[in-house]
Design a protein around this ligand. Structure first.
Ligand code: PLP
Length: 368
């Protein structure tokens, strides 16, 4: 007889059996430390933007008795203009869906199109397989090369043999930082189209990279869905706004699985202010990229092995002690970085110059 495993749940709680081993996702949130663990933009909102938020709030607050615009029409229009501007391809509001962070976009997609399973190339964003599990979608975890590059030939073979409804590709990839170029994405778009599947390109860090966005593929490949967020480059993580750029029929499919009135009116109003100030907010991106290159050089000089990154974080290895102990001792000294569960590696988010300096001083003790 199979031994019953002891469950952490009370016996009266009817949690679904496939979820009973899971723990809530999330990096530690610790106060009083330098937080370089969740890839936020370290710059606080500029005061000019704070002022504009305060100007729009009274009207939003007066109308809180009413449900928000259920289809977020104005916001989708402004997101379309922003995407058109940065990608130089015509995107309309019908190509856009918006939600409470790109994680909600991902969940909506899993619910709508996960029927034939979902494929991803690991290591990558661990929330993809997690949402697969919570939405009851079969997850197929394929592997990247030892240097975290995608093996394109193998990926295309796997798509053809598994025939997934959803194929996920994160670029720049999290937690590794490397990109998949637009030519390879096009080949993946062709491979997924051949099996009537969607290619979901998670571009959470696109603004930190100079590679063209996969939104340039949508007109030719309507099965390409690009998922983006205002949490990282836009310095808007606390507001929770993410969006999909895709063919209008994918938007209609997502409308079926979204919750009614999911995006609050304050959220929509604040996102509009941020988009009206996109140039000001995104000006910080180049400062972060410069800091990334400086931190990369310093870590390399200390003897660490640093993975190439086109995002706002660095994955690095080569600690004198184990990654786990290094992480713990750094936390004890007031610096919180991320143990992403990759043997021998830790990930650090690029912070303010003064924070990066403290991190570099602390990590120097662990050089190989
Ligand atoms: C941070 C992140 C997201 C989620 O961001 P939201 O805050 O939910 O918009 C999605 N994908 C990747 C790869 C990320 O790193």
């Amino acid at each position: 007889m199979k031994e019953e495993r002891e469950s952490k749940w009370p016996s009266w709680l009817p949690i679904r059996s496939e979820l009973s081993d899971l723990i809530p996702y999330g990096a530690p949130q610790i106060s009083g430390v330098i937080a370089l663990n969740t890839n936020e933009n370290p710059f606080p909102l500029p005061s000019a933007v704070v002022e504009q938020v305060l100007n729009v709030l009274p009207k939003v607050l007066e109308n809180l008795n009413r449900y928000p615009d259920r289809d977020a029409n104005e916001l989708r229009g402004e997101l379309a203009k922003y995407v058109t501007k940065i990608s130089k391809v015509a995107i309309s509001d019908k190509n856009i869906w918006a939600a409470n962070g790109s994680n909600e976009i991902l969940q909506t997609l899993f619910l709508a199109c996960g029927g034939r399973g979902a494929l991803g190339f690991l290591p990558s964003y661990s929330v993809h397989p997690l949402i697969a599990k919570t939405t009851g979608v079969r997850w197929i975890g394929a592997e990247r090369e030892g240097n975290f590059e995608l093996n394109l030939g193998e990926a295309i073979t796997q798509i053809a043999s598994e025939r997934p409804g959803l194929t996920f590709l994160t670029t720049p990839n999290n937690p590794t930082g490397n990109i998949t170029g637009i030519d390879d994405l096009e080949k993946l778009a062709i491979a997924t189209r051949a099996v009537d599947g969607l290619l979901v390109v998670d571009e959470a860090y696109a603004e930190f990279s100079s590679e063209p966005s996969a939104v340039t593929l949508i007109a030719s490949y309507p099965n390409v869905v690009v998922v983006r967020t205002m949490s990282k480059a836009f310095a808007f993580a606390g507001v929770r706004v993410g969006y999909a750029v895709c063919d209008p029929s994918v938007v209609l499919a997502m409308l079926v699985t979204r919750l009614p009135y999911h995006l609050s009116s304050p959220t929509q109003a604040l996102a509009l202010v941020a988009l009206a100030n996109s140039e000001l907010l995104l000006a910080e991106v180049s400062a972060i990229v410069l800091e990334r290159e400086r931190v990369r050089m310093e870590l390399t000089e200390m003897g660490f092995k640093v993975s190439p990154s086109s995002a706002n974080f660095l994955l690095f290895a080569g600690f004198k002690k184990s990654a786990k102990i290094t992480w713990e001792e750094l936390v004890a000294s007031g610096i919180l970085i991320r143990d992403v569960g990759l043997e021998g590696f830790l990930r650090v988010t690029i912070g303010l110059p003064v924070e990066n300096e403290k991190f570099l001083t602390a990590i120097d003790r662990y050089r190989p």
